[in-house]
Design a protein around this ligand. Sequence first.
Ligand SMILES: NC(=O)c1ccc[n+]([C@@H]2O[C@H](COP(=O)([O-])OP(=O)(O)OC[C@H]3O[C@@H](n4cnc5c(N)ncnc54)[C@H](OP(=O)(O)O)[C@@H]3O)[C@@H](O)[C@H]2O)c1
Length: 272
Amino acid sequence: MQSADVTPKVWEHILAARAGQACLCCGDWAPGERAAMALYGSMMAAPGTPQVVAQIGQSLDGRVATVTGDAADVSGPDGLAHLHRMRALVDAVIVGVKTALHDNPRLTVRLVSGQNPARVVIDPSGRLPNDARLFAEDGTRRIVIQEVDKPRPAGVEVIQLPRSDWISPPAIVSALRKVGLHHLMVEGGAITIARFIEADLLARLHVAVAPLLIGAGPQGLTTRPVARLAQARRPETQVYGLGTDVLFDCVMGARVAAEVWPHARQPAVRLG
Ligand SMILES: NC(=O)c1ccc[n+]([C@@H]2O[C@H](COP(=O)([O-])OP(=O)(O)OC[C@H]3O[C@@H](n4cnc5c(N)ncnc54)[C@H](OP(=O)(O)O)[C@@H]3O)[C@@H](O)[C@H]2O)c1
């Protein structure tokens, strides 16, 4: 496991690299700083390059909230800062309607410097009230993906897509590309992330594990079950110490940006 040391100088350098104004390969950096650049560099993509990543924060016993829906502090402070850094490196953050209803999240980057991503909620039946915080006007794009014809607040972009069991995740990615959003992070909850995993759309999956036991409550990822362990997905994984949390950075294989960001080519560790 490598410790990722995200000093303010390293973070500013990563933001500059994202803007095409710096390179993450060269320079005189300490090993922990290099690890931080490898971590964030590997999930970046060049402007206009389609890429989808996902992040979930969970407890040691694989829960993402309590039975009463308290999810605010599942991740420790360093896990939360990591989540905000991930937000700052993508064009848009996607959540499912249950997360929007339970947590009423703002989806901003208030814990780190950087730009807020566009906020996207998948709400096929129009269950999210129009006064939800993620619809609040703050200069950031707000988008709802829905099947129904429900009016939304002024300035909120509505993308109407059909559903069968689900709205097709490739159709969601394609619709967001058409409105200029290429680099996407699916932030939860587990149901929403699972749809993107099953559609083989993820380049990276970040699972941040915090050292606490919750006992019961919504479970982390629940993808289609396999009968035998030999059939289980075993993504190549790098493990990073973030301070309060441990991060599993899993290569899921869809459109990895290694051609664009050479530091992403470092050999990955296979676990299990
Ligand atoms: N620890 C963390 O990192 C973290 C992050 C996020 C959320 N959470 C917690 O997770 C819980 C909520 O997560 P969840 O997994 O139950 O639900 P969720 O993923 O937030 O929302 C799922 C719902 O979103 C809609 N949806 C998502 N993808 C869709 C698709 N492709 N097509 C059609 N509809 C789609 C569906 O809405 P309908 O039901 O209307 O059909 C679906 O039931 C909350 O307790 C929240 O606090 C934890």
